[in-house]
Design a binder for this molecule. Sequence first.
Ligand code: ADP
Ligand code: MG
Length: 306
Amino acid sequence: MNILLASVLTVSDIGRVGGELTRYQYSQLHMGGRVAITLYSASSEAAEAAAKAGFAEFARLEDVMSDYRPASELMRLCEKAAQRPVEASPDLFRVVSIAQKISAKSHGAFDITCGPVVALWRRARETKRLPPKQAIQEALREVGYRFVRLDPSRRTIQLLKPGMKLDLGGIGKGYACDAASAAIRRAGCSIFLIEAGGNIRAGNPPPNREWRIGIGKSRVIAIENASVSTSGDAEQFVEIGGRRYSHIVDPRTGIGVTNRVQVTVIGKDGAAADALSTALCVLGERAGKRLAKEFKCKPLFLHPGD
Ligand code: ADP
Ligand code: MG
């Protein structure tokens, strides 16, 4: 299904607040899910233009980063980059660079080269069978962030092992939220909230109000000019032999994460918050809190029932 076909710009909620500003809410389908943009604006034309600019970034970056679209820049690069360094667009180079930094700092708990392992667990969710041990061992041979070579001066990416497959699923939506946020500002709107799956990006708060985000069953946080990313096994998992395996994998062992944790990371940068929330699911609370601190992010660990 081409999800872009289903994208319709609709005003689903309008309400006046103090002064001249009106609240507008729009949603479209991008990156495999619903993206919602709420903003406050003096006119419906300005609101619509800003929302359109935001959604356009999601559409554009999906063509760059998707691992479902064979023609995406990422997929084309993976095909060629095992033989030689391949020049990447500024966006692709940037998102991979951020990912690599978090991989190094997390000692491989976050690793965008986990594509071959992620594919095995995707199949496991369909068949309800654990991936064979040997298949995991074979997939692990193609995994390792150290085998990605970046050359910032030429903006090239090279994959040093044959069969490597990059997967930006753990960082792409956060990166797109950052880009959409910048585009909305460029379009003249500073009071907005972007929601894309587990990723939220807030601009300035509405006058005399705040952006309030519910986390788990009981917590509510207020944010402005910040990103909030949540990862966990709440939606995508497979249960086999009484264990629940998340769609987040430990790239060092090749096994789906089983620690039943939901992690929310609050920080300035959406791409980093997204990658960190994935990494912290793998690392657990102790090491995870240390890593979040290095990136000046605030982590929240929630357990089933919280
Ligand atoms: P969501 O899919 O809900 O946005 P995440 O941001 O946590 O959640 O991303 C999970 C996705 O990231 C997986 O579907 C997979 O594509 C990829 N992934 C899984 N494990 C890792 C990992 N350890 N490091 C990097 N990416 C991962
Ligand atoms: Mg993530």
